[in-house]
Ligand binder design. Structure first.
Ligand code: FEO
Length: 174
């Protein structure tokens, strides 16, 4: 029979890693709500294609959050359920390109956070979590590239009129 001390020695998750993963759960949830907010804003303005795009993004971010929650539970950690009242309702003026630029900025923040967790994993020898996070590295690269491409297109075709009509049409299928 193992002593409590021995069992503690082999517990699955380092406290710092757990805390960083809980921060990540918060960030994914924040991203999900931010995209949901943008989906509603674009819908209200009649850009149904862009609204659908952000609704899909929101759902993806929720899946990311749940992936981490499930991983933490599997590793016998306790995931911190994010508060649902954090989204500030400050009024931003409607500007299509700046919503996409804010989204890219947030995605980069998420990527930095994942990188930070991986650095810590290496430091403490948590190769299981490091391996789990590899999927997120690929996902973040794809998401950043997606937003960069849309921003580049908006810059070329213009942030109003026909340009927006085209982007709205194109994003309805993504
Ligand atoms: Fe899951 Fe795009 O951060």
């Amino acid at each position: 029979m193992k002593t409590k001390k021995e069992m503690k020695k082999y517990k699955n998750m380092n406290d710092k890693i757990l805390s960083l993963l809980n921060d990540q759960i918060w960030l994914e949830n924040h991203a999900s709500f931010y995209y949901l907010k943008l989906s509603i804003i674009f819908n209200e303005k009649g850009f149904n294609g862009i609204s659908t795009f952000f609704l899909n993004q929101s759902q993806e971010e929720r899946v990311h959050m749940i992936k981490i929650i499930e991983y933490v539970l599997e590793q016998e950690g306790v995931p911190a359920l994010p508060s649902y009242n954090f989204m500030d309702d400050s009024e931003e003026s409607f500007n299509v390109i700046s919503y996409f630029e804010n989204s890219l900025h947030n995605e980069r923040e998420v990527t930095n956070s994942i990188n930070k967790i991986i650095s810590k994993c290496k430091e403490v020898g948590d190769y299981t979590t490091e391996n789990f996070l590899q999927w997120f590295i690929t996902e973040q690269r794809e998401e950043e590239n997606k937003f960069k491409e849309i921003i580049d297109n908006l810059k070329i075709i213009g942030n109003d009129g026909v340009g927006l009509y085209e982007i709205n049409k194109e994003l309805s299928t993504q």
